[in-house]
Design a protein around this ligand. Structure first.
Ligand code: FAD
Ligand code: DLZ
Ligand code: SF4
Length: 508
């Protein structure tokens, strides 16, 4: 009897373990565009279009290489709404001895899959997800027995394991980390290369029409240009290495009012769908270094994101789920301001970041961390609300990567499991790393008064209200010393301004 292989929408890698385990001559594959997946948060229209277009192209490529595929196209009126409905319908139409699927990217989906043996009376095999370099069991082994988990040590371990940028057992050029070289402000030069644009073909156009017509989604589809095939993703990688990687390190932390991408790679879309593998992306960067096309601080900085942060957050996710999603160590309870969805705020940094998010389903890391993230942290937004926002609005957002970044790195809601301290910052950080403040109606230098930058009072308020939880943290000592230096009258004024900002946050 034949086996049935389920390919999830973010598992479009050709080395997917399902393809290795099944036989195209006897077995069948199943893919589906599903209402339940489209609606569990209000995804960006570009994200849905990207996933559907990449799925449809992938199905064509698999058919061409001899696979039989049952492909369910999105239909709002269909009864087939979830992965469970999809598998149940396939099992009704034909007999299969076994269902085979690769480990999904979300705990929610794994939980659904685990119910199928009982619910659908079919043996289910879950194979490893080959899109990553560090399997969850290897991460668990690394983590076990450690008093605290820190990305930097995991990253060094991954450098040793992969051999990237290693000189025997020593780091190439004598340093593990070139971070101190990577904090330059960008002042208009060099010009960032335009990202490579991929004009939609008829398959993608059909998806764009479908999403526009039938799905109530967030954000804009205009000018959709994302890579939707492996060939396009490879071209995007080559383009990045040539045109932006050399400056990736220098301007990694920079932000600019009229530049959406700066020197970032835009490769997360393709990596997270399986169109690119982390190994090949790192190899391309290392080759650029070897050929003198990119400096070590750029290549090391880039590789750290891929084999360090990307693998680390996934490791934490599978180590700690499902309890991780419920954590709220700072007891943050404020609702997410409605303008996170519209961008209608006078705070220029937030308005520009949210505007880019609406247009592109993308914001670069520092915008996510230090603008929208930082504001949610110091305002004290309920983690579930801000996590759902990030999961919805970015085309690269899947629970395994979005949740640890938002709940852990940004909101410190895991009590410091993922990162040693919260990235709370005042408006002065944003002023130093960008030109937003010179376009803003608020004054970055002021903390109190009607025109004072809201980040400033909220930053002190964050420290004040979390004193019991955070003041013992050595890395926060300087921040608390500065707070304690403030005289009582000033402190009262600042906290009053913060209280006013919290009460009037919708009108800022
Ligand atoms: P580049 O700056 O060019 O970096 C290269 C690659 O490194 C990225 O493509 C990505 O694969 C990887 N990377 C870099 N930083 C991280 C990180 N912190 N965690 C995991 N991988 C990283 N990334 C996602 O892929 N999906 C998400 O849903 C997501 N949500 C985030 C939410 C918040 C609050 C924050 C602070 C960060 C989030 N990130 C997420 C991480 C990072 O912001 C994005 O990976 C990056 O902006 C993608 O753009 P890029 O490809 O141009 O990245
Ligand atoms: C995010 C998403 C969306 C919007 N739509 C689909 C879909 O229609 N079909 C599908 O197979 N996957 C989709 N996904 C991805 C899933 O929500 C989920 O993130 C992955 O299955 C996890 O591996
Ligand atoms: Fe953002 Fe404050 Fe600067 Fe305005 S002044 S752009 S709100 S940091």
């Amino acid at each position: 009897m034949a086996k049935l292989g389920l390919i999830l929408g973010d598992q479009l890698n050709l080395d997917n373990a399902v393809l290795q385990a099944l036989n195209p001559d006897t077995d069948q594959l199943l893919m589906g565009e599903l209402a339940a997946e489209v609606s569990y948060v209000k995804h960006h229209a570009r994200k849905i279009a990207l996933i559907f277009a990449a799925m449809r192209h992938h199905a064509v490529a698999l058919r061409e290489s001899g696979w039989t595929i049952r492909y369910h196209r999105y239909d709002a009126a269909s009864d087939c709404r979830s992965f469970t409905d999809l598998v149940a319908a396939a099992l009704e139409r034909a007999e299969f001895e076994e269902l085979v699927v690769s480990w999904p990217g979300e705990w929610r989906v794994l939980d659904e899959i685990r119910g199928w043996e009982r619910q659908l009376k079919v043996p289910v095999t879950v194979l490893p997800d080959t899109r990553f370099l560090c399997p969850p069991a290897a991460f668990e082994a690394w983590a076990s027995g450690r008093r605290e988990l820190r990305m930097e040590y995991f990253y060094r371990e991954m450098r040793r394991r992969t051999g990237f940028l290693m000189d025997g057992d020593k780091p190439q050029d004598g340093q593990w980390n070139f971070d101190h070289d990577n904090r330059k402000r960008w002042r208009g030069k060099p010009s960032p290369a335009r990202p490579m644009r991929f004009t939609p073909d008829s398959t993608t156009e059909a998806v764009l029409d479908l999403v526009k017509r039938d799905i109530d989604a967030f954000g804009s589809l205009e000018g959709f240009d994302l890579p939707v095939t492996r060939t396009q993703a490879r071209q995007a990688l080559t383009h990045f290495v040539k045109s932006a990687l050399p400056w990736f390190g220098d301007f990694q932390d920079a932000m600019a009012d009229d530049e959406d991408w700066l020197f970032h790679s835009r490769l997360s879309f393709s990596l997270n769908l399986g169109l690119l593998a982390p190994q090949e992306v790192c190899e391309a960067a290392v080759q650029a270094l070897a050929e003198g096309q990119a400096p070590i601080n750029a290549v090391e900085g880039f590789i750290r994101q891929i084999i360090g942060w990307r693998e680390y957050v996934r490791g934490i996710y599978w180590l700690k789920m499902p309890d991780y999603a419920e954590m709220n160590a700072l007891d943050s309870q404020a609702p997410l301001p409605a303008w996170y969805w519209t961008g209608e705020t006078d705070m220029r940094c937030l308005a520009r970041t949210i505007d880019a998010t609406r247009r592109n389903a993308y914001a670069h890391h520092i915008q996510r961390l230090m603008v929208t993230g930082n504001f949610a942290l110091i305002l004290g937004v309920l983690p579930k609300e801000i996590c759902d926002w990030y999961l919805a609005v970015y085309a690269d957002a899947f629970d395994w990567v979005e949740l640890p970044n938002t709940l852990g790195m940004v909101m410190h809601a895991d009590g410091g499991l993922l990162g040693s301290k919260p990235y709370a910052a005042s408006g002065k950080y944003i002023q130093r790393m960008s030109d937003y403040c010179s376009h803003c109606r608020y004054k970055a230098a002021d903390t109190v008064g009607e025109d004072a930058c809201p980040f400033n009072a909220l930053y002190w308020d964050f420290l004040d209200r979390n004193r019991k939880r955070l003041s013992g943290n050595r890395r926060m000592a300087m921040m608390y010393r500065n707070l304690d230096r403030m005289d009582q009258q000033r402190r009262t004024e600042v906290l009053e301004r913060a209280a006013w900002l919290r009460a009037n946050v919708e009108s800022l």
